[in-house]
Design a protein around this ligand. Structure first.
Ligand SMILES: O=C(O)CCC(=O)C1=CC=C[C@@H](O)[C@@H]1C(=O)O
Ligand SMILES: [Mg+2]
Length: 371
């Protein structure tokens, strides 16, 4: 049955992270992003969240390009086409190249609206089965090794199922060796955000002694060839993040042997439909997957939780509790992590209510598009 869409609302929000987050590219603390809302003729409201940052350091998209692509291209496509199922949205968006985060922000709102119209949780609409999901935490580069050890201790005590540590040249093997010495049994992984090249092979091989669960995106953001060369000489599994934008990228990376694990981020791959396709393909090919994070507010967090209920998400993701990021989140209740586990909500759609006051408080711009 056609989804009778009546309106799309875009709200630009500005929220301040409790603590600055530092990667091999730099530091961020203020986060701007769009909350998208798809409203049907009966007044049902589906929500999505854009995950691009204000500068294009993680990928080429930004908050500003997300707005441009949504309002000048993608919303027009939604206005001009009937949609029966959210699976159709990514197909309709294919004439627009890349801009996956803009696409995912709108597609996510349509998925939530679809699930709410059916009265089922988004997780169920996606085919997810898990009632609980295991989560880890991603720790940014810290001022000193002692700060890092204290931070790791805090999250290990809080029960997170694995600790991801951001690395860069000069903050890598020695630092991780100290963390491993202090936490001999904790699942630990490293994320380089593409800070190395094949010239660093010998140095990266030293990580093999540290029993890391994986190393994420050691080489260039657009590479799968050099990663295959590196994986061939490293015991530690390589996980690809930045290099994977689609099922096609996934197929090629697996065929080349570029990685043993894939970090699926809904925004990076253009939405839930493509994320599920990648999940299914990895399941058929015995490749482990987990759900990455983009420092999302509650709506994006809820989408990540729903996706992670699919069974091949067999490694803890980066979806930590709301309080790790925000003084106040925009959903009710906030996402709570207990002993490294999130209980999947069983209400319809994304499963969390929007905190309308918080949404209003953080909104700095609104745009409405009628159908
Ligand atoms: O807690 C989260 O949402 C994950 C944080 C995180 O590790 C990342 C967020 C955004 C960009 C990157 O630096 C990074 C990642 O590469 O996975
Ligand atoms: Mg990463």
């Amino acid at each position: 049955m056609t989804i009778p869409m009546k309106q799309i609302k875009l709200r630009k929000l500005k929220m301040r992270l409790k603590d600055p987050f530092t990667t091999s590219f730099g530091t961020m603390q203020d986060k701007e992003f769009y909350i998208t809302e798809a409203i049907d003729a009966d007044g049902n409201r589906g929500f999505g969240e854009s995950v691009a940052f204000t500068s294009p350091w993680y990928s080429e998209e930004t908050v500003q390009t997300n707005l441009h692509v949504m309002e000048d291209f993608l919303i027009k496509i939604l206005q001009e086409n009937e949609i029966n199922h959210p699976n159709e949205v990514s197909e309709l968006f294919t004439p627009i190249k890349r801009n996956n985060m803009a696409k995912a922000a709108l597609e996510g709102a349509v998925w939530d609206l679809y699930a709410k119209r059916k009265g089922i949780p988004l997780a169920e609409a996606l085919g997810g089965e898990k009632q609980e999901i295991d989560v880890g935490i991603s720790i940014g580069i810290q001022p000193t090794v002692n700060d890092l050890l204290t931070t790791v201790e805090h999250y290990v005590q809080a029960g997170y199922k694995r600790i991801k540590i951001k690395i860069k040249p000069g903050w890598d093997v020695d630092v991780l060796r100290e963390v491993r010495a202090q936490f001999p049994h904790t699942p630990i992984m490293a994320d380089a955000n593409s800070a190395y090249t094949l010239k660093d092979i010998k140095h990266l091989q030293k990580l093999d002694d540290l029993n890391l669960t994986m190393i994420e995106q050691p080489l260039a953001h657009d590479d799968i060839v050099d990663h295959a060369e590196l994986q061939a000489v490293m015991k530690t599994p390589i996980c690809l993040d930045e290099s994977i934008h689609s099922l096609e990228d996934t197929r090629k990376a697996i065929q080349l042997g570029s990685c043993k694990i894939i970090n699926i981020k809904i925004g990076r791959v253009g939405g839930l439909t493509e994320a599920k396709r990648i999940h299914d393909y990895c399941q058929e090919h015995g490749i482990a997957v987990w759900c990455g994070g983009m420092l999302e507010a509650g709506v994006g967090r809820a989408h990540n939780i729903a996706l992670t209920t699919l069974t091949q998400f067999n490694l803890p993701g980066d979806t930590a509790g709301s309080s790790r990021y925000w003084e106040k989140d925009i959903i009710n209740p906030e996402v709570i992590v207990e002993n490294g586990v999130i209980k999947v909500p069983n209400k319809s759609g994304i499963g969390y209510d929007i905190d309308e006051d918080a949404l209003e408080e953080f909104t700095i711009e609104k745009k409405v598009f009628n159908f």
